[in-house]
Design a protein. Structure first.
Length: 136
């Protein structure tokens, strides 16, 4: 079932949202060219992979996240986070209009927290023994 949902997801919104994260990552690397934005670019590429194939994986907070993650997340929200979260919200609402799109819309809503706060979390398979049930 995960594979079928991932394929439908890939066609309807996965590719487009993944491209948006890759563009955000490239802008962090190339355009801003600041040491501060390099971790944001890496996080954007990590999320792009997650957004491309989300079913079967979940988000888990990292225990070692500190003040640097908080500062980076604030910078991310100002630069790209709110636009990407809004795109996930709009896409999720549009997908929830149809019955077959409801699981895809819910997946979009599940991705909103990581699109706002990409630092301080990690992406793990849902079958992992320590995957947090709060984010599934």
């Amino acid at each position: 079932m995960r594979t079928i949902l991932n394929i439908i997801w890939l066609v309807l919104c996965g590719i487009w949202m993944s491209i948006a994260y890759v563009v955000a990552g490239l802008i962090c690397f190339v355009l801003f060219f600041l040491i501060v934005t390099i971790p944001l670019g890496i996080a954007a590429f990590r999320i792009a992979g997650y957004v491309l194939w989300p079913f079967g994986r979940t988000i888990e907070p990292r225990a070692d996240a500190g003040v640097g993650s908080l500062i980076g997340n604030i910078i991310w929200i100002v630069l790209f986070g709110w636009e990407l979260a809004l795109a996930h919200l709009v896409t999720g609402i549009l997908l929830c209009v149809t019955i077959i799109g409801i699981p895809l819309g819910l997946a979009n809503f599940k991705i909103i927290p990581i699109s706002l706060f990409p630092l301080g979390v990690r992406i793990v398979p849902t079958s992992a023994p320590f995957a947090s049930a709060r984010y599934t």
